[in-house]
Write a new protein. Structure first.
Length: 209
């Protein structure tokens, strides 16, 4: 796999892992409470590994729904006085600024969201973009890479913790349901699977020659 440019591996897309922690399952009505994004880098030996992490606590938007069951799972207290939360629009713009920079650095056309059950994260991201009236987003609006699917195919596991463990990646249950931690483990899992598929990718290139 060595010798090719990042932009060539994913058809011009730059994979960026995103994880959100929320106040429920409805992306339109429920609060976005935390967002993290993790970039991927291409090493000199042609393997992919996790790179930078950006994470922000987010203030619930006005009128947002907060389900007690969801807060019990992620352990977030939106009203905690020491919680360093920022406005939703500010959080998105900060994330997007960093993502645009890595997209440009690797000469890709745009970012593509990688997530575990990626439709969930993408739906919340798109709903927040619409709420904040952000017209320019670095992410593809509907395409994504889902590590639940990839984990099922490559490892026989669709639950994040089980797929990570089967891939021999460290998993700390006490840190789970933190956007940054889940995004980083998802990034590790994505890179591990992509690296395992390197021989198949290389064979496909040879077949085109």
């Amino acid at each position: 796999m060595s010798g090719f440019a990042f932009r060539e591996r994913f058809r011009g897309f730059m994979p960026v892992v995103v994880d959100v922690e929320t106040g429920g399952f409805n992306s339109v009505t429920d609060a976005l409470l935390e967002i993290a994004a993790v970039s991927i880098k291409l090493n000199d030996d042609g393997t992919f590994t996790r790179d930078q992490t950006w994470r922000y606590h987010v203030k619930p938007f006005e009128g947002a729904n907060l389900e007690p069951a969801a807060l019990a799972v992620n352990g977030i207290d939106p009203d905690h006085p020491l919680r360093p939360a920022i406005d939703e629009r500010d959080a998105l713009q900060r994330i997007f600024r960093e993502v645009r920079a890595v997209v440009k650095e690797h000469e890709c056309t745009r970012a593509i969201l990688v997530g575990h059950n990626a439709f969930f994260d993408l739906n919340f991201l798109n709903a927040a973009i619409e709420r904040c009236k952000i017209k320019r987003t670095p992410f593809h609006p509907f395409s994504c890479f889902d590590t639940a699917t990839l984990g099922g195919v490559a490892l026989g596991q669709t639950v994040l913790s089980r797929a990570v463990k089967r891939a021999a990646i460290d998993w700390d249950e006490s840190q789970a349901h933190s956007a940054a931690y889940d995004a980083e483990r998802t990034a590790d899992l994505f890179c591990e699977i992509v690296n395992r598929f390197a021989p198949i990718y290389n064979d496909s290139l040879e077949a085109e020659d």
